[in-house]
Design a binder for this molecule. Structure first.
Ligand code: CDP
Length: 224
């Protein structure tokens, strides 16, 4: 099967909108692979911190992205020999990831790695530019969002659940800053593409959101 025949569901949206949770559930239901593209940007950020790399040294940052020694194993993430599943989830890592993600050289260095996740029987990919840049031929493109207040609450629960300290007011401010940075950058900005369906999960449960994505995907299959 050619790569362009493999079905891809691209789920893009702002920070803490629930993309990861929904994307993973949809992938499990369909038996598809799952790509958490944000994890790659977070891994570049973690490696940048670990190596004390100057965040203006774009060549070194691009090399870090290109040479990332990462393994996704079940729901665990390894960088070299170290498990970093939780280490990449801190707000510090997310903020640095968002900064580094504005460099086109870093984005380019991660492109092939992301496309390599597209394998039979299919892929669910979540991020900011899955439908616009990485998988422009995706069978279904979704822009998944929720109000900033709800997203701050969800992020709070997620961090506390992982034993990471958090404060809702700080998280809300951080989400608003990150929205602005991700939406206003010149390379691959976060925005709803004209070919993407809007899914606002502010008032939806996880199951309702997942079922909506599955129903939309089933429609694309019958319309083929
Ligand atoms: O968890 P959260 O939604 O805050 O972020 P994430 O999906 O883990 O991604 C971390 C950062 O990487 C985001 O703030 C984006 O700036 C960047 N990113 C990106 O630019 N493009 C992607 N496809 C995925 C993430």
């Amino acid at each position: 099967m050619h790569t362009h025949d493999i079905p891809v569901i691209a789920i893009d949206g702002p920070s803490a909108s629930g993309k990861g949770t929904i994307a993973q559930l949809v992938a499990n239901t369909l038996g598809f692979y799952y790509l958490d593209s944000g994890a790659l940007y977070r891994l570049v950020a973690l490696k940048t911190m670990q190596t004390n790399t100057n965040i203006n040294d774009i060549n070194t940052l691009a090399n870090i992205a290109k040479d990332l020694d990462v393994i996704f194993k079940h729901d665990k993430i390894f960088l070299g020999d170290n498990e970093v599943t939780d280490a990449i989830r801190t707000e510090e890592c997310g903020i640095l990831a968002s900064n580094l993600a504005s460099y086109p050289q870093v984005r380019e260095a991660l492109t092939a790695r992301q496309r390599a996740f597209c394998q039979t029987p299919g892929l669910v990919a979540d991020g900011r530019d899955m439908g616009s840049v990485i998988f422009p031929n995706a069978a279904l493109k979704i822009f998944l969002t929720a109000s900033a207040e709800i997203r701050a609450q969800r992020r709070y629960k997620q961090l506390i659940g992982k034993g990471i300290n958090a404060n809702i007011a700080d998280l809300l401010q951080d989400i608003q800053k990150r929205d602005a940075r991700d939406s206003n950058r010149s390379t691959a900005p976060l925005q709803q593409g004209t070919d993407a369906k809007l899914l606002d999960t502010t008032a939806l449960s996880i199951t309702q959101a997942k079922d909506t994505v599955l129903a939309w995907y089933a429609e694309t299959c019958t319309n083929k």
